[in-house]
Design a protein around this ligand. Structure first.
Ligand code: SF4
Length: 192
């Protein structure tokens, strides 16, 4: 009887990790700082595949290894999206001051949100006289206060800065992707 053929083992390609990012009540500055890793983005793309992100056209998040959250929570949609990220990401990271403590947008917490909206939208004079606060049901309702994301979901890591520098983001992701607990050195840690 002819012995069965012996096939050479096919080496398994390591799976790329899935990375999702989002800007909630953020200014996209943290995403811009992320892009400031410049040519290192090509190295990153060998290790990760982007899922939902402002950098892709994917509308809903799938199962992901890492979720980067920029921005705090200022409206109902932010809360909904954050919960979707938490439900789908193994590791969730608050990136930047807004996600960590509300950031500058949280200065509105000193004021009544209804009065703020009236101050901004209700003009009494000029060509916009008689304008009203937008009330289309398509628009997400603002929250009374701006909240950091850890007040709503568990957060695995916090990456401070407004924004964190590209070097800090790169160092952080490198540690995470190589299975090391991320630790920013003193030089990469700042809050402004
Ligand atoms: S932390 Fe700073 S750079 Fe990042 S989203 Fe907030 S305001 Fe923008």
């Amino acid at each position: 009887m002819t012995p069965p053929p012996v096939y050479a083992p096919v080496p398994l390609k390591p799976r790329k990790l899935k990375l999702a990012t989002v800007s909630l009540a953020g200014c996209f500055g943290c995403h811009m700082s992320f892009l400031d890793i410049d040519e290192r983005l090509l190295t990153l793309l060998e290790l990760v595949e982007f899922d939902r992100s402002p950098l892709t056209d994917i509308k809903t998040i799938g199962r992901c290894d890492i979720g980067l959250i920029e921005g705090g929570l200022c409206n109902a949609e932010n809360v909904h999206v954050l919960r979707e990220f938490r439900a789908n990401c193994k590791t969730l990271i608050a990136i930047g001051a807004c996600a960590i403590n509300g950031g500058l947008p949280a200065q509105r917490n000193q004021r009544d949100v209804g009065q703020l909206l009236r101050d901004v939208y209700c003009a009494h004079t000029g060509t916009l006289a008689g304008s009203q606060v937008p009330n289309d049901p398509e628009l997400p309702l603002p929250l009374n206060q701006v909240h950091p994301i850890h007040e709503v979901v568990h957060v695995d890591y916090f990456l401070p800065g407004c924004p964190p520098s590209a070097d800090a983001i790169w160092s952080f992701l490198n540690d995470l992707l190589t299975g090391v607990t991320p630790q920013l050195g003193h030089k990469l840690m700042h809050y402004d």
